[in-house]
Design a protein around this ligand. Sequence first.
Ligand SMILES: [Mg+2]
Length: 206
Amino acid sequence: MMERIFFVLKKIFTRKEKVVFGVDLDDTLGKTNEMIIKIVKEECGVSLLQNDRKGYGYHCWDNRVSDDEWQKILNEFHEKKIMLVEPIPRAAYVLNCLKDCIDIHIVTARKIETKKETVEWLKKNKIPYKKLVFSERKDEGIKYDFFVEDNPKTASALARKGTIVFLLDYPHNQLIDGGGKDPKNIIRVKDWLELADELWAILLKK
Ligand SMILES: [Mg+2]
């Protein structure tokens, strides 16, 4: 499957600039939710379930964790736990298959202070990329042809600008723009292999 995608991409995109493929980091390349659950257990003794995170903001996950505690937990994550985040299955495999015919930009809303650990983590997990961008406004600046995200608000902003967004399906991103059908240009996928299938279907239509 991936070899076929690689072949078709090469044939289709003959323009000078390569296709720009933006990729979010937390809960797109790495299992950040799982790490946050571990830190909350250690710091507050509270057991969280991924299924209970019904909105994107951590604060709405569980009211047993106070705002101050959330701040501490997020600091702990950024300062000490980044290297311990497990990679999301098949993300590195799919991106390595695509890397020679697209430009991969890893775009994260993490603080710039995490750059060293983030670079090390990407290397450790063999994730290829051309650029690493620290930005909260992913819909500004460069126009991405495709983007992989888990944040529904970011997905919606990118989709409105014409980017085709693969939204990794989570309980925390069921509502986009307040609910209803997913907007145009957003393709909800359960994992990276389904993403590869969807990409293949799009390329076949070109
Ligand atoms: Mg994310």
